[in-house]
Design a protein around this ligand. Structure first.
Ligand code: OGA
Ligand code: MN
Length: 288
């Protein structure tokens, strides 16, 4: 798609042609990023909500430095996933273990969610980098929440604007239970309240802010009405026309915008085949 691709002297931004996302071609992740290229990447991130940047497998230090192009890399909640010498980088093992010892967070990621929404200031973006992938399956899917919001009838948008919702580390609405937290981690994750409709602080566009692993209830509604409304919004967000799916290659790095996307993984890959990623989170603002 040469007419829509943006070209600088070093990189090309090629839209996926789907509901969101673009692929970055010609970018060398092993070299420091110059100012103009960093600015072009950040513009493309806001325009496409997700960038796929292929390359060779990175060390934790390279992963941190690459992530820092897009923002401030912050420590993640779950201590047991942190890479020892570099607490801002987590090692995410989503291998399906034949003995049943699969990490619970791998299974939880099967539900549509936005990372970190149970935090007062959720991460604006996530960077995920594939070190080892199974021979088939394990695609990651993304949902364009600008488009979901824009697809709502005007009257519904007016009804939702101004509503607030409780996000919790766990909720009985979620299909699966999350990894247990240490006492320190529990203290850092009290329930929080976020708007149901948020305005992106950089693009000014509105999107629905949903997370079906963490969203417990809408404030001011009886539980049954809150459940009914959330189920209705979930059914809309599950329509394939809002989605883009990524089939991983070893070495891929993907950076996505948690403020206007949800994501989920297909837990359909062969048991015993390693699926190992590095992950960073980028500091975000309080949703408003
Ligand atoms: C995550 C996540 C999905 C995947 O790391 O936040 O949801 O495909 N990962 O591993
Ligand atoms: Mn996630």
């Amino acid at each position: 798609m040469p007419d829509t691709a943006m070209v600088t002297d070093r990189i090309r931004i090629v839209p996926t042609g789907g509901a969101l996302g673009a692929r970055v071609e010609g970018f060398d992740r092993t070299r420091p990023c110059d100012e103009a290229t960093c600015a072009a990447l950040n513009r493309a991130f806001l325009e496409h909500q997700l960038l796929i940047v292929p390359g060779a497998p990175m060390t934790a230090v390279q992963m941190r430095d690459f992530s820092a192009i897009f923002g401030e890399v912050v420590p993640q909640l779950l201590r047991y996933k942190r890479v020892g010498e570099l607490p801002e980088v987590s090692r995410m093992e989503s291998t399906l273990k034949p003995d049943g010892g699969t990490d619970k967070t791998a299974i939880r990621a099967e539900c549509w969610h936005s990372d970190d929404s149970y935090m007062e200031r959720p991460a604006k973006g996530t960077v995920l980098h594939a070190l080892e992938i199974p021979s088939r399956g394990g695609m990651t899917w993304f949902c364009n929440m600008y488009a979901v919001y824009e697809a709502l009838p005007e009257a519904t948008r007016r009804q939702l604007d101004g509503m607030k919702a409780v996000h919790a580390y766990d909720t009985p609405r979620a299909l699966n239970r999350p990894s247990p937290r240490t006492a320190e981690e529990i203290a850092e994750t009290p329930d929080v309240v976020h708007p149901l409709v948020r305005t992106h602080p950089q693009t000014g566009r509105k999107s629905l802010y949903l997370n079906f692993n963490r969203l417990d209830r809408i404030l001011g509604l009886p539980r049954a009405d809150s459940d009914a409304l959330l189920n209705e919004l979930q059914a809309l967000a599950e329509l394939p026309r809002f989605h883009f799916g990524h089939r991983w290659a070893v070495g891929d790095a993907i950076v996505w915008d948690n403020r206007c996307l949800m994501h989920r993984v297909d837990v359909d890959y062969p048991a015993g085949e390693p699926r190992i990623m590095l992950r960073t989170l980028l500091r975000g603002d309080r949703p408003a």
